[in-house]
Design a protein around this ligand. Sequence first.
Ligand code: HEC
Ligand code: HEC
Ligand code: HEC
Ligand code: HEC
Ligand code: HEC
Ligand code: HEC
Ligand code: HEC
Ligand code: HEC
Length: 210
Amino acid sequence: MAAPAPESVGLSSTGYESPQRCRECHEEIYQAWSHTSHANALFDPIVRTYMQTIEQPGECFACHTTGYDTGSGQFVLAGVTCEACHGPYRPQHPQESMAIATSPDFCGSCHATTKTEWESSNHGQVGVICLDCHEVHTQNTRTDAVEETLCALCHKTEIQSDVHTEHAAELRCIDCHLDRPDEIPVKGDGATGHSFTATRDNCDACHPDK
Ligand code: HEC
Ligand code: HEC
Ligand code: HEC
Ligand code: HEC
Ligand code: HEC
Ligand code: HEC
Ligand code: HEC
Ligand code: HEC
């Protein structure tokens, strides 16, 4: 799978500093980010375990580190750090802006399967993007998906049909609309349910007798 070349989002590939540098002025964002799986993408014990079974872990660094160079096989920083998404620190910043890439193509350079699923969905076709639903630094969904407020932000009328009113009290939208397998999505190529389709086939899981 292709490494997300920083050049592809208009960033250069040398001169990385570290999240500590950004923290000097962006403490709040640093705190939010530091607890996420992006920050821990190379320290995650499950990732470590899988990596030990791989002959050339270099191929893993492309998406689990910052500043990976395919030529040398080296990376600059562990994890998906600030500079993986905003590019290497620019010495004149903040007078000079840092890059911000918001497109699904950018997220999809690492989240390949999720992007493909999303593209095939109505969300992809009408342009409801990753960042409409995800807060990138905390990695939370924008409003609590568990409380259903996220989907309800945009869908009020569609959810008056029988299948919806029968379950309104017991189930969350994503119980039926986000079909995720249990296996670990190594390499970001496991299914993540981002087509958000619910079919009548899903009914059997909870109503096997009908
Ligand atoms: C996974 C990619 C990613 C990582 C990692 C990341 N950012 Fe961001 N950042 C973004 C995106 C995308 C936006 C635009 C947010 C939006 O439009 O919702 C953004 C916006 C910002 C902004 C503009 C103000 C704001 O809050 O929208 C600042 C400042 C910022 N990031 C700093 C940081 C710092 C500091 C870190 C590390 C501690 C960091 N970012 C880590 C992707 C990332
Ligand atoms: C010397 C203080 C300082 C440092 C260090 C710093 N920033 Fe900023 N940054 C600012 C200020 C001030 C702004 C403008 C106000 C705001 O959006 O917070 C800003 C804005 C931004 C923005 C919004 C777009 C823009 O450029 O206006 C991003 C993204 C960003 N910073 C990322 C980073 C990242 C990533 C790092 C570390 C590699 C970093 N900053 C280090 C002070 C700093
Ligand atoms: C440089 C590669 C890279 C980029 C770019 C990237 N991610 Fe990630 N992301 C990862 C990796 C790797 C993980 C999993 C880390 C782990 O679990 O060890 C992850 C995890 C996540 C998770 C949490 C998954 C979970 O199961 O908890 C969310 C949500 C997420 N990313 C959203 C985004 C969004 C939205 C964007 C675009 C703004 C983005 N990512 C850009 C590499 C990336
Ligand atoms: C319509 C809203 C929506 C859009 C658009 C969306 N997501 Fe999600 N995403 C969610 C919800 C809801 C969850 C589940 C959160 C939970 O379980 O609490 C999720 C979960 C995830 C996860 C964790 C996957 C897992 O198996 O646990 C990743 C990674 C992710 N999204 C990345 C992305 C990326 C990348 C994009 C854009 C290509 C995107 N999402 C677009 C709503 C959205
Ligand atoms: C930012 C607004 C927004 C959010 C948040 C959002 N959607 Fe959507 N959704 C849309 C739009 C716009 C469409 C396409 C127009 C339509 O078909 O109504 C759509 C289409 C859909 C469709 C396909 C409808 C069809 O006609 O085929 C489903 C299913 C769906 N959304 C489920 C969800 C679920 C589940 C969530 C929460 C995880 C969610 N949406 C969150 C805006 C949103
Ligand atoms: C019990 C499972 C279930 C739950 C829970 C559920 N849905 Fe659905 N949803 C379906 C099925 C099945 C369909 C396919 C059309 C139908 O049969 O009504 C559907 C269709 C949709 C559509 C497309 C409607 C259209 O006109 O084609 C949207 C949008 C939607 N659901 C949003 C939501 C939202 C938002 C929630 C949470 C408030 C939710 N759903 C909860 C099963 C569910
Ligand atoms: C193309 C980018 C990419 C490459 C290359 C990649 N990963 Fe990942 N990896 C991801 C993304 C994105 C996620 C988050 C998946 C999700 O939640 O949807 C992830 C998640 C994982 C997870 C699950 C972590 C958890 O806590 O659930 C493991 C384990 C993992 N990767 C191991 C590896 C190993 C080992 C390699 C090298 C053989 C590798 N990855 C190469 C993008 C990548
Ligand atoms: C995640 C589990 C789950 C899924 C998936 C699910 N249901 Fe339900 N359903 C429930 C629960 C819980 C209740 C409320 C308790 C009860 O009455 O059985 C319920 C109640 C109902 C009821 C009203 C009570 C009854 O038994 O007559 C109907 C009708 C129904 N479901 C049909 C469906 C259909 C059609 C689907 C597929 C679109 C579906 N369900 C998918 C869990 C689920």
